[in-house]
Ligand binder design. Sequence first.
Ligand SMILES: Nc1ncnc2c1ncn2[C@@H]1O[C@H](COP(=O)(O)OP(=O)(O)OP(=O)(O)O)[C@@H](O)[C@H]1O
Length: 345
Amino acid sequence: MSIEVRNLVKHFGRLAVCNHLNLTIPSGELVALLGPSGSGKTTLLRMIAGLEQPDSGHVLFHGEDATHTTVRERNVGFVFQHYALFGHMTIFENVAFGLRVRPRETRPSEAQIRAKVTELLKLVQLDWIAERYPHQLSGGQRQRVALARALAVEPKVLLLDEPFGALDAKVRKELRRWLRRLHDEMHVTSVFVTHDQEEAMEVADRIVVMNEGKIEQEGAPDEVYDHPASPFVLKFLGDVNLFHGRVEHVPGGALAAPDEEVSYVRPHELDIVAQASADTWTVTLAQTLTVGPNTRLEFRREDGSYVDVELPREQWLDVRERLHLAPGREAHLRPRRVTRFAAVV
Ligand SMILES: Nc1ncnc2c1ncn2[C@@H]1O[C@H](COP(=O)(O)OP(=O)(O)OP(=O)(O)O)[C@@H](O)[C@H]1O
């Protein structure tokens, strides 16, 4: 089931929360709506679901206008961050719920319900605790039950709003991979909202970057990361050093961008070298910090600004020895890649 959003507009008071949005999600794709808080992700998701009406524009499901259809008619499954399971029902009954409340004529038989729920609980690897109650499960297990419950009614579209937001980092990571695998098995067209760029990059086929009610860019994770369409996308997808036009201290001036340009270099795209040359910046090491396998170095430039460099720990130990680097010592940084945008005046 493909989803299409055409010229969608939604205001809350005078605030344009969705500002003429256009988006096409092909059938079977897993798409992330990524953006900072307040960028309109949830509102867009709710309009796709039918929980919110747009001021104007259209939502199409499989080419057919669904703008004025109800949530039920759209046949979408939801998983939200604080999606409450029914506390008085077992896990099994929670998953069976959507099937049991169907009108008699479309309700599956008891045997069919049992088979379906068992299959889904196996899929989310929780069949061994089917008779437990929600309060006896961990947060991550509960989210998996919520997903199984959403899938039970065989939705054509699955919508997830920060589904793993409330969980700790390790569980989040596990659930992400697991969601990706699940999607590959089920092929349900899925849209999930997140403000975590790592989560979006790791899970999604395609990322839609949103900012202030508009789509800044959409594309495959690599495409968006390697070819950001705007400084906003570049900054939102990871740490980046920023160099303004006038960089007088650069030896030879070759790196000095024209005044109207800003250069951006990611911390892992800078090499530390011994000799100054036309394509290096002269810096002083301020401090080092090792986090896991990587070391993060903070260098100070002559104008007082800071540049971050990140490299694998072993590489850092090697560079440190070769260049006799220590806090307070001078070094030179050579970018392997520079992204330039016109400065906003
Ligand atoms: N029902 C509402 N009434 C008034 N304003 C609203 C309503 N829902 C959302 N907003 C406002 O619309 C803007 C976009 O909200 P939305 O929830 O879509 O953003 P978001 O990108 O999902 O943010 P978050 O990541 O914080 O959930 C926000 O400024 C929010 O305060």
